[in-house]
Design a binder for this molecule. Structure first.
Ligand SMILES: Cc1ncc(COP(=O)(O)O)c(C=O)c1O
Length: 421
């Protein structure tokens, strides 16, 4: 029914508008793959597994890593956001090239994988975790080389959660490093204002055998898309709030330079190149640049992650379920509906990027999705279509091993993180 109503809706609009419909007749879109995607198509027809895959362009990620690391600069720490780059070899590559051991982690199973594979990594937890996840982490990390007590910074957002963590630290007989989530304007939670920090610091001071202050985290993605610079009033607001919290910490006798003062993400990291309020900036997605990251401060970063999926079927006409009468007028009205392909899979958080000018599938199916094109697109069964994910988080976990390529050669296959464990 859903498919039918989509088609009838489209045809209805065309026909009901009569003469105006003619004026709206869509332009012919659609072009062959450009040389970049033609080469990838040939590579996958020769060496691909014949199913949807996730490709990573090694040259492009290198260029993106250099841009991000350059923007962070030598005075601050670049912290790699694990959920946006969820593969051990991919993280290894980024960390080596950017010369950093700092990670931001959002998922207990990922944290345990990191404990097993990156013994030197300093992990700031990116969201407050239920205490049961912490207990699971500690239980599973026993026997690894990872110094769980001194390498993880646990994120705390409320006095109640601090008390919960204190209880865990006492029960395990350990000392936990505490990083406070501060609300710098996003209003996603955290310590609401600098004055609210003082009593929490007192709890730490009174329980210094079990708790230690490691820093602050103030995330501000609400600045994305503002083309914001340091002089922008919204940026000033964020930095003023952040500075207020730093003043409280300083007042309690801490040296801010010895703490992790984290903030930013891929969208906003570029703002702070010439500011020293924060000493630790996070970014992940900007390394691969999915479509949601086509934003101002990432203009020079290059799209480096693609879904490639084989074409299973090709037809020279628009075929619709039940031979509906609308098919004929619809393909007459819209020249971009005169060829029909079925691609392997679909319904991903992604947009078709090649062949260029290809509209979204006429309906979405996780099994086979129908994609129409103009006659300008002349791909055959077993050729590939390419999509750009809208985000890398989650989507990169849907295809099994990542295929890392250079030019038109698959160089390595990179396993992705396990979601449980
Ligand atoms: C706390 C925090 N910091 C930083 C980031 C930035 O990640 P990315 O660079 O992948 O957008 C995120 C993303 O959700 C986040 O939640």
């Amino acid at each position: 029914m859903k498919r039918r109503s989509i088609l009838i809706g489209a045809a209805g609009t065309a026909l009901a508008t009569g003469g105006a419909g003619l004026l709206w007749k869509p332009r012919v879109e659609g072009k062959p793959h450009n040389p970049y995607f033609s080469a990838l198509n040939e590579m996958l027809k020769q060496d691909g597994p014949g199913r949807p895959v996730m490709l990573i362009d090694l040259d492009r990620i290198n260029s993106n890593i250099d841009l991000i690391a350059g923007s962070v600069g030598p005075e601050k720490t670049y912290r790699v956001v694990v959920k946006s780059l969820p593969s051990v070899p991919l993280l290894q590559h980024v960390m080596q090239r950017a010369r950093t051991q700092a990670l931001m982690v959002f998922h207990q199973p990922f944290l345990n994988t990191i404990a097993e594979t990156f013994p030197e990594a300093d992990c700031l937890i990116g969201k407050p975790m239920p205490v049961s996840a912490i207990e699971t982490f500690f239980r599973k990390a026993v026997g690894t080389r990872y110094d769980s007590e001194n390498k993880v910074q646990w994120l705390i957002d409320t006095p109640a959660r601090l008390q919960q963590y204190l209880a865990v630290a006492k029960r395990f007989g350990i000392r936990m490093r505490i990083n406070f989530e501060i609300d710098v304007g996003l209003h996603r939670g955290g310590i609401p204002e600098p004055a609210a920090l003082a009593p929490l610091l007192k709890v730490i001071e009174e329980n210094s055998q079990h708790l230690e202050l490691s820093g602050l985290m103030g995330y501000e993605p609400h600045l994305s898309g503002m083309q914001a610079a340091l002089t922008h009033p919204e940026v000033k607001k964020v930095l003023d709030i952040y500075s207020g919290h730093i003043a409280v910490v300083k007042g309690a006798g801490y040296d801010p330079a010895r703490l992790t003062l984290n903030g930013a993400g891929s969208h906003t990291l570029g703002i702070y190149q010439h500011d020293a309020t924060m000493n630790d900036l996070a970014a992940g997605s900007g390394v691969v640049k999915p479509t949601d990251f086509d934003t101002y401060h990432l203009t020079d970063n290059l799209p480096a992650v693609f879904i490639a999926t084989p074409i299973l079927k090709r037809y020279e006409e628009l075929k619709v379920p039940g031979d509906l009468w609308v098919a004929q007028p619809l393909q007459w009205w819209n020249p971009n509906m005169r060829r029909l392909y079925y691609i392997y899979g679909g319904y991903w958080k992604a947009k078709i990027i090649s062949p260029p000018g290809t509209p979204d599938p006429i309906y979405q199916s996780t099994n086979q999705s129908p994609v129409t094109t103009s006659r300008n697109v002349d791909l055959q069964v077993d050729d590939y279509m390419f999509l750009r994910p809208t985000q890398s988080e989650h989507v990169m976990l849907q295809f099994g091993d990542l295929l890392a390529f250079r030019g038109s050669e698959i160089i390595e296959t990179w396993p992705i993180f396990q979601q449980s464990g």
